[in-house]
Write a protein that binds this ligand. Structure first.
Ligand SMILES: Cc1cc2nc3c(=O)[nH]c(=O)nc-3n(C[C@H](O)[C@H](O)[C@H](O)COP(=O)(O)OP(=O)(O)OC[C@H]3O[C@@H](n4cnc5c(N)ncnc54)[C@H](O)[C@@H]3O)c2cc1C
Length: 306
């Protein structure tokens, strides 16, 4: 990995943003995960082509994360380079009723910005932890709102060759927890959103109401990565898990939340292997009982501990 670090420094990346043996538990909301060989925090889209070139020259595989709120990193960590797009690249600019948001801005920050500007459209996504880039790539949504409803353009960099690419209109290809950008293999750098004028007090009231609903229903007092499984066609994953009597089931410190059976929580020192074993037990029980195959919603990254 010394070669990779040397190449990243040569690419004029600020050495303070190059982190060798970065413990991924620090970069994920699950607070789980072994070390990445090297992690870089990106401050501008222009850094991405040289960083990708450096990784290619060093033969290092590239993994991308934002706020780490939808990922489970295995205990052995991640080989190669982790590119992190977060608060270092998070500027937000208004132009009429349009917002231009850099990919590392948190959804909450963008929603608060819109509220203060009297712009409506982000109230439902305000409570989703994560960056705009991480949200858009998987069309994050909640309470009837979805990023697809407001996003009009996405600017990105292709992972394959570092070239800029943009998506507009139908080319965005949004569907449930999916987008065309996901299939295209890109790093989202900026997102344009069309909002509509609204009364800041009403926008705030809606955001407060939804935040309260989340606090009441979701185990926000424990680390997690949100809903563990996707919603299977015609069912709700949490209800299936609950109906199988799995609320509270534990492996080590990983537990099916007592408060919301759709969440696996980390009660303190859960390992990725505990979460994966628990997920397997849940899938087996749900399949045996209802014949429904649960698909993970969370992204599982990295390798097992040896
Ligand atoms: C308590 C809790 C509640 C949640 N509630 C919801 C909810 O209501 N609705 C919902 O949809 N999700 C929810 N989530 C899941 C999560 O917040 C979303 O999936 C969020 O969009 C992830 O963004 P992130 O920046 O954390 O992405 P990460 O978890 O860091 O990454 C997730 C995926 O996105 C990719 N990615 C990240 N940034 C970029 C980028 N700039 N360009 C391209 N790809 C990128 C990564 O490669 C990875 O594959 C919840 C999570 C938690 C912990």
């Amino acid at each position: 990995m010394d070669t990779l670090i040397k190449l990243l420094v040569q690419a004029r990346l600020d050495p303070e943003r190059i982190i060798p043996r970065a413990v991924m538990a620090r970069y994920t909301t699950f607070h789980i995960g072994g070390p990445a060989d090297v992690l870089v925090n990106i401050a501008s889209a222009s850094e991405l082509p040289p960083v990708l070139r450096a990784a290619k020259l060093a033969g290092a595989p590239v993994t991308l994360i934002g706020n780490g709120s939808n990922v489970l990193v295995r205990d052995g960590g991640i080989r190669g380079l982790v590119i992190r797009i977060d608060g270092s690249m998070a500027a937000i600019r208004r132009e009429g009723d349009t917002l231009h948001v850099q990919a590392g801005a948190l959804m909450r920050t963008a929603a608060n910005f819109a509220m203060n500007e009297g712009l409506s459209g982000l109230e439902e996504i305000a409570g989703i932890p994560g960056t705009i880039g991480g949200g858009v790539i998987m069309n994050a949504g909640a309470y009837g709102g979805e990023l697809s409803q407001v996003v009009t353009r996405v600017d990105a960099i292709a992972l394959s060759d570092g070239k800029p690419v943009s998506f507009e209109g139908d080319a965005l290809g949004f569907s449930y927890r999916h987008s065309a950008m996901m299939d295209a293999g890109v790093i989202i750098t900026g997102v344009t959103m069309q909002l509509r004028p609204g009364d800041p007090a009403q926008i705030k009231a809606r955001m407060d109401e939804l935040a309260k609903a989340r606090r009441e229903k979701q185990p926000l007092e424990y680390p997690s990565a949100g809903s563990t499984f996707k919603r299977p066609e015609g069912y709700f994953a949490a209800k299936l898990i609950d109906d199988c009597g799995l609320r509270g089931l534990s492996v080590g410190d990983a537990q099916v939340s007592e408060k919301h059976a759709g969440f696996v929580i980390n009660r303190g020192s859960a390992r990725a292997s505990d979460v994966l074993e628990l997920m397997q037990q849940i899938r087996t029980r749900v399949f045996e009982t209802y014949g429904v195959e649960l698909e993970p919603e969370i992204r599982i990254l990295g390798e097992d501990a040896h």
